[in-house]
Design a binder for this molecule. Structure first.
Ligand SMILES: Nc1ncnc2c1ncn2[C@@H]1O[C@H](COP(=O)(O)OP(=O)(O)O)[C@@H](O)[C@H]1O
Ligand SMILES: CC(=O)OP(=O)(O)O
Ligand SMILES: [Mg+2]
Length: 370
């Protein structure tokens, strides 16, 4: 039996999934035969060796790697040739926490076995047709055109899968307004109208919007210029600050695990969690406004999937938006319904399946090959 390996390098871990039976029917869920997760505290070639050992039992003929940023050139899945590899390599700066690891994985796969087919699938694909107002920045048009500047949006496979899961629970609704939230190390929210994204919190890079584990999210650009001048910081130093020293880790004084942050009574931890919740609720209100109402909220990602208490906290105090939570605390396996029967807005926590969504995207693009 020949199998496909899907690799999902996130900012705190690499997730791997093996699929050995898959049909061309994109409505049918591919069945994962095996999966695992490696913390990114393991470095470099050790990560790849770990994956090779873990998947040694399977005859793998193709690997699909999640590449977060494809720049203005890549959005749809692509088979990685030498030429494409070099183009992808040049995009490192656009998603410093992600693209470098993805590129290393692609290179390791190609060096490990030349006959392996290696595909890149991009986090931005789902957002390719965002409405113009949700794509554009208030900058001079010639500059925008010269560099093809836009808000790309990320976590596309995650948001797409959350929409799919909501539709499974609500099969007869053709028209609906939804907010999906991917809350892991990277955090983003997307406004969905009738299945399509109409706005999302991440922009030109995956560092806008919500407060994240080590990323600042939304920040005043004037503050960065001021810091550069005051501290004499280079662009690398600013990059380091915004991507690795900021977020709830920076604000709390070093607590990067959300479970610890949430449990702590320390005022700095409370403030960091309050900001995380505040930005979530502020965005929910903004999306309620542009969608003209809300039928559902779907939460997923490492934070949401591991802590229903945090999910309840994020969705509390929002009865003015039509969100009413069940009084008893829900428990059991995901998916879980958090909202009450009378709530106007159906709130769910789901286990997101980025791997199957990536596999589907590649199957769709390379229909003759799979
Ligand atoms: N029990 C928990 N409660 C709250 N947050 C948790 C828990 N376990 C893990 N997390 C958070 O989940 C995040 C990892 O989520 P994940 O979606 O796997 O991230 P990524 O894909 O970015 O690597 C980490 O920020 C971690 O703090
Ligand atoms: C885009 C992004 O932040 O991804 P992740 O949450 O997997 O790090
Ligand atoms: Mg992730």
């Amino acid at each position: 039996m020949t199998c496909i390996l899907v690799l999902n390098p996130g900012s705190s871990s690499i997730k791997w999934t093996v699929f050995c039976s898959f049909t061309k029917d994109l409505n049918e869920d591919p069945i994962a035969i095996d999966h695992g997760q490696i913390a990114l505290t393991i470095v470099g070639s050790d990560v790849f060796q770990h994956i090779v050992s873990a998947t040694a039992a399977y005859k793998i003929f193709a690997v699909i790697v999640r590449v977060v940023h494809g720049g203005s050139q890549f959005s749809h899945p692509i088979e990685v040739s030498h030429y494409i590899f070099n183009k992808l390599k040049a995009l490192d700066l656009l998603a410093p926490l992600h693209n470098r690891v993805a590129i290393e994985l692609i290179e390791s796969c190609q060096q490990y076995d030349e006959s392996l087919r290696v595909f890149a699938a991009f986090d931005t694909q789902f957002f390719i047709n965002l409405p113009a107002v949700a794509q554009i920045y208030g900058l001079p048009l010639d500059l925008i055109e010269r560099h093809q500047l836009r808000r790309y949006g990320f976590h596309g496979f995650a948001h797409q899968d959350m929409v799919r899961q909501w539709c499974i629970e609500n099969p007869y609704r053709q028209q609906f307004s939804l907010v999906t939230a991917q809350l892991g190390s990277g955090c983003s929210m997307t406004a969905i109208r009738n299945g399509k994204p109409v706005d999302t919190t991440m922009g030109f890079t995956p560092n806008d919007g919500l407060l994240m584990r080590t990323r600042s999210g939304e920040i005043d650009p004037g503050l960065l210029i001021w810091l550069q001048q005051q501290e004499g910081w280079s662009s690398n130093e600013i990059d380091h600050l915004l991507n690795t020293e900021a977020g709830w880790k920076g604000l709390s004084g070093g607590i990067d695990n959300m479970a610890d942050l949430f449990a702590s009574e320390h005022p700095q931890c409370r403030l960091a969690f309050d900001l995380f919740r505040y930005r979530f609720q502020k965005t929910l209100g903004a999306y309620f406004s542009i969608l003209g109402g809300l039928d559902g909220v779907v939460l997923s990602g490492g934070v949401a999937e591991h802590s229903l208490a945090i999910c309840r906290e994020l969705l509390s105090g929002l009865s003015h938006l039509g969100i009413e939570l069940r009084s008893q605390s829900a428990s059991g396996d995901l998916p879980i319904l958090l909202s009450s029967k009378t709530s106007k807005v159906q709130c769910r926590v789901v286990a997101v399946d980025e791997a199957s969504t990536m596999l589907h995207a590649v199957q769709q693009q390379f229909a003759d090959d799979f």
